[in-house]
Ligand binder design. Sequence first.
Ligand code: 6PG
Length: 254
Amino acid sequence: MRTNLTGIMTPPEIKVFPAPGDVAREAADRIMRIAEEAVALGDRFAVALSGGSTPKLLYEMLAGEPYRSQIDWTKTEVFFADERYVPPDHAESNYRMARETLLGKVPIPGDNVYRISCEDDPDQGAKAYGLALKEKFADGGPDLVLLGMGEDGHTASLFPDTPALDETKHRAVANYVERSTTGKSWRVTMTAPFINRARHVIVLVTGANKARRLAEVLEGPRDPRRLPVQLVQPASGKLTWLIDAAAAGMEAAD
Ligand code: 6PG
């Protein structure tokens, strides 16, 4: 696949797999390797998870073997790329999804999970999360940020034409979204400049409903106000797109 996402960074790696299960398997294998490398290098593995439906399969896989035993969960620290502004037990909570599919099933100490608190007002929640990220990472970033892409080209909660896209200073901000998968709603999101400090960013995209937008994102002109996922360009880290055939606009293999 040709892409326009070159510029100053290392060109992204784009890999297409027959089905969503293959995408999840590849992501799980890569996560296991990145975790191992990070622990060897710095004695911890810091990963930011995303929400939505795409990563569920991946999280379920990570909770099973060989990943459950191979990843050192005691040295794994989990953050969230974004959160819907709902209580942690709400059906739409990204934290809840991650807990039910992964975090509740692996031996990760509770203190290693840094959820975005949605109990105060969104700006307070974003400020508190930003401070936690600052304390943890100072001027650096996580070992890995996992992202998805919405049908409209958003990623994390960086939605088209929203103020969060202009943020240059903060690590996390609140973002009010008029049109999202959860309707009009408040979100808290990592900002693009912070995501771009990660050592690895993996974007998972599956499903034919994403095909047109994905082609625009990867092959069309740069237009990040309309296609915010184009803001994801790690400064010195590695960007990988793992895509299924349907999202790549190819016929799925039988
Ligand atoms: C969220 C996400 C979001 C998601 C995309 C794709 O909270 O909704 O973190 O950015 O990754 O919307 O969502 P699907 O996987 O459900 O298509």
